[in-house]
Design a protein around this ligand. Structure first.
Ligand SMILES: *Cc1c(COP(=O)(O)O)cnc(C)c1O
Length: 221
């Protein structure tokens, strides 16, 4: 795989229709590499750790739109208020209430996606499919947290298995779109990563989160 960020971005942009948002997942990557993608025209970046996000938020250009894509602990919400373009990982009522409280205090709104554990995997966070409707009832009572769509990290599997999870998500998305819930509008279906974003787009994704494909492999210490 090429580690030239500019070439990687160009290649991916050629494969992603204009109607699909590309989130460059920059977790673990240094500012210099992020700036290469920035200079190639990218403005939307994804992080999954609060401290890393806040450090990058402080030091990188202010027109970057930051996406939070990891599990967000309630006790860290206070550090990210006002810094996120979109939270992809709304995954529980307690987190929802903390966000509502903290954003309320600052009189700000937060756009979010409900994370759905579509593969029902023990190791993953996200709501189970049968929990989504009750959760939305809680969202309807909020005034600062807005739901703009749904997000999934699907289980590893064959292309066929991937397709069936993506189809399931697309179906849930279309069903929710028909409803008329307070604070909820289905505009974003966030699914697809480096290994499967083409399949995800094929199945109706309109937001893909690509890390390795843009920045190369991650090295964890
Ligand atoms: C790391 C991560 C990605 C990007 O994964 P790649 O396989 O490197 O593209 C996408 N979504 C989430 C939620 C992630 O944590």
């Amino acid at each position: 795989m090429s580690f030239n960020v500019i070439d990687n971005v160009k290649k991916i942009r050629n494969e992603v229709p204009e109607t699909v948002s590309l989130i460059c997942v920059s977790k673990t990557k240094p500012n210099e590499l992020i700036m290469e993608a920035y200079n190639a025209g990218e403005r939307e970046f994804g992080e999954n750790k609060v401290q890393e996000l806040t450090e990058k938020y402080e030091t990188l250009p202010k027109d970057i739109k930051w996406h939070f894509i990891g599990h967000l602990q309630r006790n860290k919400v206070k550090y990210i208020v006002g810094k996120l373009h979109l939270l992809h990982s709304l995954d529980g009522v307690k987190l929802l209430h903390e966000l509502e409280k903290r954003y309320g205090k600052e009189e700000l709104e937060l756009n979010t996606l409900i994370q759905v554990n579509v593969g029902e995997e023990e190791s993953k966070t996200g709501l189970h499919k049968n929990e989504v409707n009750d959760f939305i009832k809680e969202v309807e009572k909020c005034s600062h947290v807005k739901v703009k769509g749904i997000m999934a990290i699907i289980p590893k599997g064959t292309e066929e298995q991937c397709r069936s999870y993506f189809k399931e998500m697309k179906e849930m998305y279309e069903n929710l779109k028909k409803m008329d819930y307070n604070n909820v509008s289905m505009e974003i279906l966030s699914m697809g990563m480096s290994g499967d974003y083409k399949i995800a787009i094929d199945e109706g994704s309109n937001m893909v989160r690509v890390g390795t494909g843009v920045f190369g492999n991650r090295v964890y210490k």
